[in-house]
Design a protein around this ligand. Structure first.
Ligand code: N01
Length: 544
């Protein structure tokens, strides 16, 4: 389809079929599918100096996957799945980055990826039905389709704490970790944040530093990962069953190769319940969330039983009862904040060189040149680590100035919170597709599974347009409205919106409170996406 030149030289604007923003899991998958399967001319722009997205940026100590390696990967190519060897259940960041680099090489993707290039603007031209895309380097290209593969958790949130820039030691956000690392030996370290990242980082920092002080605003429920290396026979077993494993990931509620058990918490006796919860705890990982009782995220009373089970595990593990109580979440249901899984997180608080500060009772007042001052004490640090998360779901999209039909800006369209059709298209923004956009299950599903589903759906839609000779596709305002209402309604049945979490934008001051991911589960979502295709794309309008 494409007619453009690739050298970016002066003269006619380069004409592309698609621009993809981002070269993480989503961008790599999209490039492969659009270029090698559909035959489109595609340019990928990536801000980082390497491919990998999340797995390029998040190099903090302890960074590792918390879904199991053998299904936190691509399923689109059998040979790829058979060839790649994972070292164990939960690989560390460098291994996943190596995997994504292998994918880039294996499918010769690099020639169409421009690294170290941030897309700053994208403007839709109504007259030509094309996007004009500009980069930080002043390049401008024209593309029929704009596909965002920017990640749900990539716009780092560095809270504007008074005095932050006066700190004279080393200050670093976990999602912008220096590539040569930080040497904690002999250092006094302050760690702000106890989400999945802080919980992964704390044990590793504590094992290296002179002293680690963890600043906790909200305690979190964490379940042990129970990481283990794979033996050769484990890999062989997995590979024998790969087709079935991938099928289950596509059919299960959250993209894992298992389902919740078909009983509710109240269907079983107290003893049996304890036995089941104990079994899930011993097995470790996300099964505690997605493979347990089927009412865990629906029924507050059922949830409280699981929550108390985890609290008791914390009390058993942490020797100092006061610290243990501070670590026990009491103000939100288990799973309403994205629960971490960990390796020795609670055990870390039994070390002599680790202390915990409760920011609920003693909030941070300022960062000083030498450390940090709370309402009750002053702390001196050599290194301050911000594990303070992300402007999730919308941040990475809204940091690009996206202007749709009639000059409407995405930031204005979403001023009251994100609005989309299926999390894939936005009314008023023709030919824009948002991979794992807000309004889709995205972060509530094992991400590579959610990504491959979206890339396939978008590719099918583009093929449909090619067949019909159409150059423009846009969701209708009414289809979008109905979907936004459905997403909001479904979220009322789930406990997911109950906490002040990034799921609802509560971690970013001033952000509208909206449950951004679709909480109806993967099967229902896929059914809706398929129904759109089968109804000749009801909810979308084609033109050109
Ligand atoms: O970020 P978070 P994260 N003052 O937002 C605290 C994925 N992930 O980077 O809870 C003091 O969860 C904040 O406190 P509170 C995963 O989906 C995956 O840890 O808002 N504290 C919280 O404790 C995860 O959910 C992997 O009260 C402040 C913490 O900082 C998502 O990324 C690994 C503060 C932020 O927690 C985000 O996790 C890691 C302030 N001003 C992450 N602002 C995998 O392995 C924020 N906090 C796949």
């Amino acid at each position: 389809m494409g007619t453009g030149h690739k050298d970016g030289s002066a003269g006619a604007t380069r004409q592309l079929d698609a621009v993809v923003i981002g070269a993480g899991f989503a961008g790599l998958c999209a490039l492969y599918k659009f270029r090698d399967v559909l035959g489109l001319e595609v340019q990928v722009y990536e801000t980082g100096n390497g491919v990998g997205g999340t797995w390029y940026w998040n190099r903090y100590p302890g960074a590792r996957c918390d879904s199991e390696s053998f299904y936190y990967c691509f399923s689109f190519d059998d040979d790829l799945a058979q060839e790649w060897e994972w070292s164990g259940k939960y690989p560390e960041q460098p291994e996943i980055e190596r995997y994504l680099n292998h994918v880039a090489d294996r499918f010769d993707l690099r020639r169409d990826i421009q690294l170290a290039t941030r897309v700053t603007h994208a403007r839709f031209d109504d007259a030509t039905n094309r996007w004009e895309v500009r980069t930080e380097h002043g390049e401008c290209v024209s593309a029929q389709f704009l596909v965002t593969a920017v990640g749900c958790l990539s716009a780092a949130n560095l809270p504007d704490i008074p005095g932050r820039d006066s700190f004279e030691g080393e200050l670093c956000h976990t999602a912008r970790w220096p590539s040569d690392g930080i040497d904690f030996t002999g250092k006094r370290v302050g760690l702000i944040g106890t989400g999945s990242t802080g919980i992964q980082a704390a044990p590793v920092i504590a094992s290296e530093a002179d002293h680690l002080t963890v600043f906790q605003r909200t305690p979190n429920f964490s379940v042990p990962a129970r990481h283990a290396a794979f033996a050769p026979e484990d890999q062989a077993e997995i590979k024998k069953d790969y087709a079935e494993i991938f099928r289950l990931t596509r059919e299960s509620p959250a993209g894992f190769p298992y389902f919740p058990i078909d009983r509710s918490t109240h269907d079983v006796s107290a003893d049996e319940r304890e036995e089941i919860l104990e079994g899930l705890w011993e097995e470790g990982g996300f099964k505690f969330l997605w493979g347990g009782f089927n009412d865990l995220l629906l029924d507050p009373a059922a949830n409280e039983i699981a929550s108390e089970f985890v609290r008791n595990k914390i009390r058993e593990t942490v020797k100092d009862p006061e610290t243990a109580e501070l670590l026990c979440p009491k103000c939100h249901p288990y799973g309403s904040k994205r629960p971490p899984i960990d390796t020795d997180y609670y055990e870390t608080f039994n070390r002599d060189n680790v202390s915990l500060v409760d920011l609920k009772t003693t909030p941070i007042e300022e960062i000083t040149p030498t450390g940090l001052r709370t309402s009750s004490a002053e702390y001196a640090f050599d290194v301050l680590v911000f594990a303070t998360g992300f402007d999730a779901m919308t941040g990475s999209l809204l940091r690009i100035d996206i202007e749709g039909a009639g000059g409407v800006r995405l930031a204005d369209s979403w001023a009251e919170g994100p609005r989309s059709f299926l999390g894939l298209q936005v009314a008023g923004f023709p030919n824009l597709f948002t991979i794992t956009g807000p309004g889709s299950p995205s972060v509530l599903v094992n991400m590579p599974v959610a990504i491959e589903h979206h890339v396939d759906w978008i590719a099918d839609c583009i093929q449909h347009m090619q067949r019909e000779g159409k150059t423009r596709v846009e969701t209708t305002a009414s289809a979008q409205e109905a979907w936004v209402e459905h997403v909001a309604e479904v979220s009322t049945y789930s406990l997911l919106g109950r906490a002040n979490s990034w799921y609802v934008g509560a971690n970013i001051p001033g952000k509208p409170r909206v449950v951004a991911p679709y909480a109806g589960g993967q099967p229902l979502y896929r059914e809706r996406c398929e129904a759109v295709v089968n109804s000749d794309y009801e909810g979308l309008e084609f033109g050109g």
